[in-house]
Design a protein around this ligand. Sequence first.
Ligand code: ADP
Ligand code: MG
Length: 720
Amino acid sequence: PSISRSQEQKLDNLNEGSKTSNKSLNRKHWILQQRRSLPIASVERRLVDEVRKNDTIIIVGETGSGKTTQLPQYLFNAGFCRDGKVIGITQPRRVAAVTVAKRVAEECDAQLGQKVGYAIRFDDATSTSTRIKYMTDGLLLREALLDPILSRYSVIIIDEAHERTVHTDVLLGLLKKVQDARLKQHKLDKPYINNVVKVDNECHSSNMKFAPLKLIIMSASLDAKGFSEYFCGAKAVYVQGRQYPVDILYTYQPEPDYVDATLITIFQIHLDDSPGDILAFLTGQEEIELVDMLVHERLKQLPERSRNILTVPIYSSLPSEQQMNVFRPTPSNFRKVILATNIAETSVTIPGVKYVIDPGVVKSRYYNPVTGMESLIIMPISKAQALQRSGRAGREGPGKCFRLYPESEFWKLIDSTVPEIKRCSLSNVVLQLKALGFNDIIGFDFMDKPSRSAIKQSLQELYLLGALTDDCKLSDPVGIQMARFPLDPIYSKALILSGEFRCLEEMLIVVAMLSVESIFYSPREKLEESVVIIYEMALLYSSPPVVFYCKARSAWKKFSSPDGDHLTLVTVFRAAVEYREKIRAATNKEKAIDKSLSRWCRDNFINNRSLKHALDVHSQIKVYLEQMDMSLSSCGDDVLQFRRCLTASFFLNAAEKQPDGSYRVKANGQNVQIHPSSVLFRTKPECIIFTELIQTNQIYVRNISRAWMPELSQYYDVER
Ligand code: ADP
Ligand code: MG
């Protein structure tokens, strides 16, 4: 964990001196030149004309051609923001919304949050003067709850539509309806002159409150047909990209361990190949942090002159001040190694990449329609994704892509990724659509219809959680309240219930801590499994990650609660806050406080980035609670009260011990194991409540507490 900090310092030192005004003038000039040389720049006029002429268009263009950063600026300059209207651009990923907004603000020579801003869940960097607003697709959906015709927007751009996230799909359906509603209003508003409707496609006439909504679908995949058909034959415009040849290299054999293979490939390129940055695709924060650590371990074994590698991680929950690091120019004599999730596939284009390492896997949501449960699994990518990944190596010159699988495997991959809506739990979608006034979910105009059984499962779950009435309407107040929280329905329910059980303070901490990836530093799941077996003999293994893990486990002991992982998380959170307040009493310098907290995390083997993110989420949800007049009561030492509340909230996630030590989920009979990282791994209580399901070679439940049986018996027949 100490590595990233010293890395940052290295970057800072190397980039020192670039702050003089001369340099900043140069930078402005350089940025302008960069903008002008983007492929999209040559079709600016044409694009603006097409948007004027059509209410809906589809823009297809290769990654890096300038769609996301340039088009909103073109439209702004063409007058689409007159009357104070806003151009909204949705992104499937938080990081993309943030980094692109920062870049565009710089390009416009504006302060972030003024003309150009972003809004993502729990982080709003916009103001009343914001005209170009980048946001996540989920956030725009939430805005529709408050403003059903999205009246502030003149243009909405659905970016990265090819990703087909569940939010994008719901938005597409919703925006079709919003467009209709706005058009109707618009016609009513129109001044009639001699029975001729004055045609005015530029939304600048001040009496027009409901100008038609311009909708732009942007995609990096060449297949625009599906979108065009869905939008009644909407026109597709193609932006020519620029692509240099990329050498594709495969392995001869399947790799048993892609993390190890990635590491070997990084060093092989570094030692044998010409200069150029490396982009490696990994599946998540934990894996990225592990590879980061291992790269630095191995660097120590190289001669001094070969240690010129700089690693930069990029993934969704990376604190925003660190996200821009990937865009900093690589210092001369250094090779940048970007460790990214599939965020770098199409959402963010990182300059300087010449080598791509593609292990061929991605972490995605998977929904089991039989059990009605959702989990995250690591699965093979699609052919389209493999092509996107290799394309990242040929943006600025010829490049190389190392696919860590044999060519025969490539041909077995599915052509393109199945839309998320067909492989995730729909509870959230159903709740939101109901709150938006769409009662007939099965009849909703989805681009790809989710299965009827998945919809029914979600309706049933929402009914059991009390969000729906007997006739399937949103219940008042529980359902309405639940829809207002930007959380999974089950977490919203937990917060609402904990008000009644007088342990909202504890539950709020739990929800915040569960909203981030891995609070505890844990080198890879696989390692954890093996460590449990070899724990006692750990000293025989001198491998640094194992030693690290053993030290970590003993550091975590002081936080662990006999009641389970949830109260353990509460203890960690409170210890961190207490420590921070102590430091704050001595100094009021935020940087110093930050630094101390990082050190505290390091000493306790707590993931600093995750903890900070959790602190952030905590204070944001608190704002929601205050707005809803919910008071933060604590159960104090009465942990039974908390366990009762946890059981009442998550009764759908209760599991009973079986004679062989595995567990059976009471709601659906699924067989699961307690994850080795749980504090209850060895205790194995009779009945547990879990809040996460993960699937590796086994199905594990993670974040577990002892269930409170008397409470549970209210939801299940005793004899089942
Ligand atoms: P597209 O949306 O078509 O994939 P973008 O508009 O995202 O393309 O990117 C256009 C160019 O801007 C790319 O060359 C990319 O490297 C550059 N770019 C985007 N964001 C940043 C940033 N934060 N810093 C530096 N360059 C950036
Ligand atoms: Mg883009």
